[in-house]
Design a protein around this ligand. Structure first.
Ligand SMILES: Cc1cc2nc3c(=O)[nH]c(=O)nc-3n(C[C@H](O)[C@H](O)[C@H](O)COP(=O)(O)O)c2cc1C
Length: 171
């Protein structure tokens, strides 16, 4: 299957998408009796207030895909401005390395969640999944959430702030 047309510049597309600043989340989940998986995700957004629904997308290449597809629920944690190290740690390495030294607790319906105080967290029932292009789109139904007043971590143009990146100035 071809991922893009021959005259379509994926790198330029990616850099254009990077002009849209987002927050950064870490999504954690586990299957019964198995160690947790977790990964950094910026494709999170709101969908509906009633019922309370959120959306995010996961690459087909994700090593967490099988667990995320099968789990009943997961936790989406919105990182605070001082939690860049979580964003970096959960976007590389093995699952074991990502959770090393990261204290875990349990959300009310049993999903693993980071104990560290994130800006917000949402425990979601794994309501639906849609295959689109090279990603799967997940719709989560929020069962519990919490927040504090910390400033959020921002991701923009490939960096964790709002300053122009070197590649941006060339475009
Ligand atoms: C800031 C940031 C945002 C990301 N957002 C997403 C995303 O929305 N969806 C996704 O599939 N990967 C995203 N990634 C990439 C994954 O975190 C990365 O590929 C990770 O290694 C996937 O782990 P896994 O293979 O265990 O799923 C993002 C990475 C970073 C640094």
């Amino acid at each position: 299957m071809r991922a893009s047309s021959p005259d379509f510049d994926s790198n330029f597309f990616k850099s254009a998408l990077g002009r849209f600043p987002t927050g950064v989340t870490v999504i954690t989940a586990s299957l019964p009796g198995q160690p947790p998986v977790g990964l950094t995700v910026s494709s999170f957004n709101s969908v509906s207030l009633d019922p309370p629904l959120v959306v995010w997308s996961l690459s087909r290449n994700s090593s967490s895909l099988a667990v995320i597809q099968q789990c009943d629920r997961y936790v989406i944690q919105v990182l605070a401005s001082d939690q860049m190290m979580f964003a970096q740690r959960f976007s590389k390495g093995t699952a074991a390395e990502r959770f090393e030294g990261a204290a875990l607790t349990t959300a009310p319906n049993g999903s693993p969640r980071l104990q560290a105080g994130c800006s917000a967290w949402f425990e979601c029932a794994n309501r639906s999944r849609y295959e689109e292009g090279d990603h799967f789109i997940f719709i989560g139904e929020v069962e519990h959430c919490a927040r504090n007043d910390s400033l959020p971590l921002i991701y923009h143009a490939g960096g964790y702030d709002l300053t122009p990146s070197p590649t941006d100035t060339k475009r």
